[in-house]
Design a protein around this ligand. Sequence first.
Ligand code: ACO
Length: 387
Amino acid sequence: METKNIGLRGIEVADTKISNIDGEKGKLIYRGYDIFELTKKSSYEETAYLLLHDDLPTKEQLAQFKSKLNEARWIPKRMQINMGNWRKDADPMDMLQAFVSALAGYYDEEFATKEASYDKAINLIAKIPTIIASWQRVRDGLEIIDPDPSLDHAANFLYMMFGEKPDKEIEKIFDTCLILHADHTFNASTFVARQVASTRAHMYSAASAAIGALSGELHGGANTEVMKMLLEIGTIDNVVPWIKERMEKGERIMGMGHAVYKTYDPRATILKELSRKLGAKTGEPWYDITEKVETTTIEEMKKQKGKDIYPNVDLYSASIYYMLKIPMDLNTPIFAISRVAGWAAHIIEEKFAEAAPKPALYRPKAVYVGKYCGPEGCEYKELDLRK
Ligand code: ACO
């Protein structure tokens, strides 16, 4: 017998009120609201609040949420000093995972209640950008820049990284990227977060496990790989031969394909437009090259396998971050800056769901296909009798 449910594709494992994907129509909603509308009318802070609570915040609720984020943006001095002990070429995702996990060791905190989990969620949403920006400054041998309470979430991160406040257009572009990456139902990292939370482990533990899952190149790591690919391709004329050669060898084109969407990923539609805008603003070729990668992969997939393939969220985010001068290996950490709102919402839902069916400890079955020596088991050989 062989496992039927490889990768758990299509298996429903829990109820959620947080987000939903229509993979056929290419729609993504957060708590009932379409992401197209959220990116046009909302901010990342409103979106994070929406994911954590059941609806968009009122003016007062938003002001209070922003004020809590402002208070929580600081990270302990000892953590900043500790960053100086890391190798400068360490992977930022490893650093992020370690420091998120370490947050539990820096503070004496209450974890058991739902209310306490909301505080941890705010702490994570606020501190992850500070951890990443601080790491960037430390590894560049520069002074760490403190958060600026006059700035919103997106602008604060760019300010802490670069030491300059971004203009409104750049702030809006980055804020839109954060909104688009904030949640995506039971994606790999969110499922990991929920799985860890299902054991009743605390918020930091579940979030750091999710960061580990996000780092892989088939998930959040794809956006860094996309930029490496674009740089290797280098020119628009090189796109067709480069993609053809890789696909003929059976290699995957990063940023293309999705486990759920059977049509255009709606996030890619919005990001494509942002990348186009930035390409026009900066005069850099990355939007044009990315678009050619998209069309060539679609054509080659049709020719070689008779199948359809579409861009996912990572295809156009890579060139956006590159044109914003963000170091390439921070693409995936930036994904975490945004996705942590979704992780936190799912962790809270997993641990504190009130209505039946309540989530249970995840414990799937495996099909054993290993050694079998009969009903009594294999004969155990002492160490010096083994060959
Ligand atoms: N490039 C070339 N071929 C591809 C790609 C790709 N990007 N994606 C899928 N295929 C092919 C596979 O080789 C396979 O061909 P086969 O049937 O001949 O073996 C077929 O399409 C189906 O592949 P699966 O892995 O079964 O498709 P699935 O839908 O489960 O894969 C996945 C989804 C893992 C994201 C895949 O499309 C992929 O590897 N993409 C590249 C990595 C990437 O961009 N990841 C980011 C995803 S979005 C996110 O996690 C944030």
